[in-house]
Design a protein around this ligand. Structure first.
Ligand code: GLC
Ligand code: CA
Length: 530
């Protein structure tokens, strides 16, 4: 498929456990997703990225897979999945599956075999050492090496202990993983989101747990093959300006695009649980920089603010109390009218903020629990719970709040798998849609403009900002010209912009120049000559 066609895609990320419970057991599932497809259509998206729904013992909520070809019992059956994809396709919605290539679950039959003896044919599917060879740390804290009694060796796990890393140097592993890709492509999936893909190649000599020098060879082997090269692929591997074209350049036969995380890292400390000081002017500069790089290098950029691994952007980098509506809509316009492929995370479209809980027993995520255990002797409880409320991945994994009803419409069960959102009574879809200030309605308008306007999808990008405090840019394609103005957290006096027709915004109808209030945004279009 020509690259340009992907600029028509608008992707919605579903974290299945927390999206919608179809059978009343308190856990989101595939039938729950199928029941919401008309809703997604109405929002205006045309693709879904589904976080893992495969068989898994859930040490990392499905990112620890024990069977790549079947569905987790709690989520339903393969037949439910088939019904879901066919209902998606019937509505013109594509399906992007999550593809976890770096590791399996320790409950996967390959690992159970592998750990039983050094002679077992599956032993070499994983990475073993007699002694701990280096100080590699797991991304979830602690050593990345775990002892295995049966073989008296250590195995590598870049993530949780229950997520042993596969040995991609073994050609059999590569064959198996290609077969997994083929299996799902054969079942009709349209793409893959490739989990921590740059971890599949390591470099022991250079001490690198990821980004080894065979990465490109492996990725080509997975996705460069004739049979699968039509599928969309987005890699979770944040490369900089110099390396990005090596993995998603048009001629590379590797990935369609990657998630570039620079805008997530602004002001960030080493420790993701410590509040970062995100300066919105730096955010603007980062977005401008990446618009220009992608234009120059002919690359597809991905536009996203939220995902299942981070706090909501309006909470960590905005104002989710005083200006929740304004901030959610300002970020919607700022990101989703840029050039690239929008990814919207579930609940973002009605301005879901981070919740807040008093105790560690309110949290479920493995990374969060490990962090708590590692810091509980060093920090006061108050400081630690504050950090956890800021940085926990549970922030975006709470059951979605659809209505004002029981469990906010997520489930009819007595208990949901994780605590309900602490602000669910105040922020839910039903309430949002009844309000004059509806974040959902703003998302609909933004996505509708994307669909209709060639300037937004294909046009060039021009930064029109003249000073700090706001972001103004133009998108231009032939006679179609759009101007987007987003004011940041203070008041700003904006001048020098063209006076075009006002399309929509999050405040009163207004002219492009003048005084803007915090997080005020407006979108304009040049009248076309007929
Ligand atoms: C990715 C996923 C994250 C998961 C990790 C290990 O970063 O987004 O949720 O825990 O990989 O699979
Ligand atoms: Ca369920």
């Amino acid at each position: 498929m020509p690259r340009r066609d992907y600029l028509d895609w608008i992707v919605y990320q579903i974290y299945p456990r927390s999206f919608c419970d179809g059978n009343g057991d308190g856990i989101g599932d595939l039938n729950g997703i199928t029941a919401k497809l008309d809703y997604l259509k109405m929002l205006g998206v045309n693709a879904v990225w589904l976080s893992p729904c495969y068989k898994s013992p859930n040490c990392d909520n499905g990112y620890d897979i024990s069977d790549y070809r079947d569905i987790m019992d709690e989520f339903g059956t393969l037949d439910d999945w088939k019904r879901m994809i066919s209902e998606m396709h019937a509505r013109g919605i594509k399906l992007i599956m999550d593809f976890v290539a770096n590791h399996t679950s320790s409950e996967h039959v390959w690992f159970k075999e592998a750990r039983s003896s050094r002679e077992n044919p599956f032993h070499d599917y994983y990475i073993w050492r007699d002694e701990i060879p280096n100080d590699w740390q797991s991304c979830f804290g602690g050593s990345a090496w775990e002892y295995n009694e049966e073989t008296e060796e250590y195995y590598l796990h870049s993530f949780a202990v229950g997520q042993p890393d596969l040995n991609w140097e073994n050609p059999k592993v590569r064959e198996e993983m290609c077969a997994v890709v083929d299996y799902w492509v054969g079942m009709g999936v349209d793409g893959f989101r490739c989990d921590v893909l740059n971890f599949i190649s390591k470099d022991f000599a250079k001490g690198k747990i990821c980004d080894g020098d065979r990465l490109h060879e492996y990725v080509k082997e997975l996705f460069g093959r004739e049979e699968v090269k039509h599928v969309f692929t987005v890699g979770e591997c944040s490369y900089g300006e110099n390396e990005i074209a090596d993995i998603c350049g048009e001629d590379r036969k590797e990935l369609t695009c990657i998630f570039q995380f620079d805008h997530f890292c602004i002001g960030k400390t080493e420790d993701k649980f410590v509040k970062a000081d995100l300066n919105l002017n730096d955010l603007r500069k980062t977005l401008v920089k990446w618009q220009n790089i992608c234009e120059r290098k002919n690359l597809l950029y991905t536009l996203f603010t939220d995902n299942h691994d981070n706090a909501h952007y309006i909470s960590r980098a905005g104002n989710d109390l005083q200006f929740r509506y304004e901030c959610a809509t300002a970020y919607c316009a700022m990101f989703y009218l840029l050039k690239g492929i929008p990814f919207i995370y579930q609940g973002q479209e009605w301005g879901t903020p981070d919740p807040h809980y008093p105790s560690i027993t309110d949290f479920c995520d493995v990374e969060t629990i490990n962090y708590y255990d590692a810091h509980k002797d060093k920090l006061s409880e108050e400081e630690l719970i504050g950090r956890i409320n800021f940085g926990s991945r549970d922030n975006t994994r709470r059951p979605l709040c659809w209505t004002n009803d029981k469990n906010y419409g997520f489930s009819s069960a007595e208990r949901t798998w994780s605590n309900l959102h602490t602000r669910g009574g105040e922020v839910n879809l039903e309430q949002d849609r009844e309000s004059e200030k509806s974040v959902f309605a703003f998302y609909q308008k933004t996505l509708a403009l994307r669909k209709e306007s060639e300037a937004i999808r294909f046009g060039s990008f021009e930064d029109c900002t003249e000073k700090d405090g706001y972001f103004a840019y133009k998108r231009v394609c032939g006679g179609d010209e759009i101007l987007v103005v987003v004011n940041f957290d203070g008041e700003s006096e904006i001048a020098g912009l063209p006076e075009w027709e006002y399309l929509f915004g999050n405040g009163q109808k207004r002219s492009a120049n003048g005084r803007y209030s915090p997080f005020e945004t407006a979108v304009y279009r040049k009248r076309r000559k007929i």
